[in-house]
Ligand binder design. Structure first.
Ligand SMILES: *Cc1c(COP(=O)(O)O)cnc(C)c1O
Length: 430
């Protein structure tokens, strides 16, 4: 494949945009090389500026669950745009999408729209603090909840210590209120709660993490968090920005039958436009301004174009619930196919999967949390894998810590082609 034009565009971009990108992972820093600039996309494929056609397993990092340029979504956006793109007033379409979301997702009465997953998580935590009157939060190492200050904390000298910021600009004052636990370690969480009695507002978790690879929850882990929260008055926040409207119409809450107190959304709910949302039962949501005391706002929140795209997407999903089964089946097919060829090639690997979230790790050891995911990534094999996939027309996320984002536009022929490429490029891996 030729990447002349992409590389030239990247060089130009770097002169006026930090690192040439508006979100760091796009820059290919983890895997090396220049990023691919995309010109257009349709269905399961993206077309880059050099005219290469790629099978897309990123799908805008999740939103394009029905494939690119899905007609009902595009038509809805065009139709709305012609009537004006923003008013800063209430519009009927906001109620329509809220009604549908409340119908699709269990345990929520009201939903508030924002502009990104980051904003959704940030606002959910503020609401939890306002509602409980407590300040500390528990998060899990390797779980990503967007880039607001409280979440940019990594495990320093272990889960029991106060977090240390892993970005300059995050103050110690903020970091000290974020307590870190290891995913799938319920006892660790219980210890933190014991040591911080009556100080914890919420536990925020990706119920099925997708930002350290895909990590299946150990049996009893999420149930244990629920029980712990019930016993202590801590609110349980499910960050379903990735899993929401993907692992089921009602996300992980529906798929695994565990209820959260506050749920965060992003990605699919915007149909490819900038949308995030957070939702809860009335008692909690009525703490938000203008009804309650917790302030939260946005000039472009509930923007008509974004709501039109999101509503069209949710209508598609709610009217065609077989989509969820269909993408699960396709992902399972890909899983089994890759498993077979990696085994035949004698490649040490672990494939994690929950529904249509899947990740390939080049290690035989189980990947169950951030530490084991980081250990598996240490071999550096993923980078070779990534570049060879790209050379063969398969576009996966440029990081060993991302899941693949499956869309229902992928055909079994696309999947077979992908499996054949995996077979071809991993012959010399071990
Ligand atoms: C992507 C993501 C976010 C952040 O969403 P943005 O729209 O990028 O701000 C938060 N949480 C999870 C689980 C995500 O996958």
């Amino acid at each position: 494949m030729i990447y002349q034009r992409s590389s030239a565009l990247f060089a130009e971009a770097k002169k006026v945009i930090p690192g040439g990108v508006n979100s760091p992972v796009r820059a290919f820093k983890a895997v090396g090389g220049d990023p691919v600039f995309i010109e257009r996309a349709e269905g399961a494929y993206i077309y880059d500026e050099d005219g290469n056609k790629l099978i897309d397993y990123i799908n805008s990092w999740g939103p394009m669950i029905l494939g690119h340029a899905h007609k009902p979504v595009v038509d809805a956006v065009i139709d709305r745009a012609q009537k004006g793109t923003s008013f800063g007033t209430p519009t009927e379409i906001e109620t329509k999408i809220a009604e549908l979301a409340v119908k699709m997702v269990p345990n929520i009465d009201k939903i508030r729209m924002v502009n990104s997953g980051t904003e959704a998580c940030m606002s959910a935590v503020r609401l939890a603090r306002g509602f409980t009157g407590k300040e500390k939060i528990i998060k899990f190492a390797g779980c990503y909840h967007g880039h607001s200050d409280s979440f940019l904390i990594q495990a320093g000298s272990g889960a029991m210590t106060f977090g240390t910021p892993n970005s300059p600009g995050v103050t110690q004052g903020t970091a000290k209120d974020t307590l870190l636990a290891a995913y799938n370690d319920l006892n660790g969480v219980k210890q933190i709660v014991d040591q911080n009695k009556d100080e914890i507002a919420c536990i925020i978790v990706e119920p099925v993490p997708g930002n350290m690879g895909c990590i299946p929850p150990a049996s009893g882990f999420l149930e244990g968090l629920r029980q712990l929260c019930d016993e202590t008055g801590i609110l349980l926040i499910f960050d379903e920005v990735m899993s929401g409207f993907r692992l089921a119409a009602g996300g992980v809450q529906e798929r695994l039958g565990i209820h959260a107190d506050i749920v965060c959304f992003g990605k699919v709910i915007g149909g490819g436009l900038p949308v995030g949302a957070f939702a809860a039962r009335n008692e909690i949501m009525d703490y938000l301004a203008p009804v309650g005391p917790v302030y939260q706002a946005g000039t472009l929140s509930g923007n008509p174009l974004a709501m039109a795209a999101g509503l069209a997407m949710l209508i598609e999903l709610s009217e065609n619930p077989e989509i969820f089964n269909s993408i699960d089946k396709k992902t399972e097919y890909l899983h089994e196919g890759m498993e077979k060829v990696l085994k035949a090639n004698g490649v040490k690997h672990t494939i994690n999967r929950v529904g249509s979230m899947i990740s390939v790790h080049f290690s035989e050891d189980p990947v169950t949390d951030f530490a084991s995911s980081a250990e598996a990534a240490r071999s550096g094999k993923f980078n070779t894998f990534f570049h060879r996939m790209l050379e063969n027309g398969i576009y996966i996320a440029p990081s060993a810590f991302e899941t693949w984002f499956i869309s229902d536009a992928l055909s079994y022929e696309d999947l077979d082609k992908t499996i054949a490429v995996v077979e071809k490029i991993t012959k010399d891996f071990d």
